[in-house]
Design a protein around this ligand. Structure first.
Ligand code: PAF
Length: 299
């Protein structure tokens, strides 16, 4: 039998709840937009293992959705979420209203993350990471956690949050949680429920294509220069395979672990400069925009 977490909707009330514990207890924050799945619950389990009090925020943040995106239809399932959180021992849920979080909408104050927010997802969602930046800073200020857990599926988001913590001197340890996948390899996401039954069967191909590309990178890393294929050629083939399978590829790119551009078209030379490479992809499949990534360690 597990206890249900305490639920707070008001900033002042959750701060009063946390205040007496600050000096003696470790507080972890797991920020979410709700509609929780096994991936979120793994974040909570990680938090439980590292902290005395686990706070889960559930807030569908309007500032990170662009015009025409799925803010209105994003699934809101607070009761089910709270029941799932009870099962993994979360202590406190913070589920504020939009007015509570943003007394003035859109908020005139901004948190901008510079060039890193303009790459990858930032190209097709130019205001997305500004919205993530402000909401995450607000959650950090309200909860003042010692640690915060974010999933590695949102690789670029994680890199931006680490940058914000560094640049704004938040005394918060950021923990990256591994991607949780369905048995067929599809990375878990609340947006997977937008997939039709036929699309759901196609969806794991995204991960399979990243795996194939990773194998090719490892293989080429060990080959002599004369056998090298340019990276751009490998990427083009993967993109075509995905587009032919029914995806509309937004991007498929290979970056350094810090998301810096890689310095050579030659895989072996690239691995001489980097300890690992990251393959990152976003692709639309029907209504769903799927994100995935794979870190390829130097062979
Ligand atoms: O990753 C998410 O679910 C959201 O971007 C976050 C970090 C909760 C901010 O709204």
């Amino acid at each position: 039998m597990t206890n249900s977490p305490k639920i707070y909707h008001q900033i002042k009330e959750i701060q009063q709840e946390l205040l007496p514990n600050r000096a003696t207890k470790t507080i972890a924050l797991v920020p979410t937009m709700g509609n929780l799945h096994e991936g979120h619950l793994e974040l909570v389990k990680l938090a439980k293992a590292r902290a005395d009090i686990v706070v889960v925020s559930i807030f569908v943040n309007p500032t990170q959705f662009g015009v025409g995106e799925d803010f209105d239809s994003y699934p809101r399932t607070l009761d089910e979420d709270v029941a799932k959180l009870a099962g993994v021992g979360a202590d406190v849920v913070f589920a504020p209203s939009i007015d509570e979080m943003y007394p003035v909408m859109p908020p005139p104050t901004q948190v901008l993350s510079g060039d890193i927010a303009k790459l990858l997802c930032g190209k097709s969602r130019p205001t997305h990471f500004d919205g993530v930046g402000i909401v995450v800073c607000k959650l950090f200020n309200i909860i003042a956690p010692n640690i915060a857990i974010f999933g590695q599926k949102d690789y670029q988001q994680l890199a931006i949050i680490k940058q914000i913590v560094r640049d704004l001197s938040y005394p918060i340890e950021i923990i990256a949680a591994p991607i949780i996948r369905a048995d067929d390899g599809l990375a878990l996401s609340s947006r997977n429920q937008y997939l039709t039954a036929d699309e759901r069967k196609i969806a794991p191909k995204l991960q399979q294509e990243l795996q194939k590309l990773a194998e090719q990178l490892k293989d080429l890393a060990l080959k002599t220069d004369s056998l090298q294929k340019p990276l751009t050629e490998l990427i083009e083939v993967s993109k075509n395979n995905l587009n032919q399978a029914g995806f509309l590829v937004d991007y498929l790119e290979i970056k350094s672990p810090s998301l810096a551009p890689i310095t050579s078209e030659n895989v072996a030379a690239t691995f001489q400069n980097e300890s690992a490479l990251v393959i990152l992809a976003a692709a639309k499949l029907g209504r769903a925009r799927l994100l995935d990534n794979l870190v390829v360690e130097k062979p």
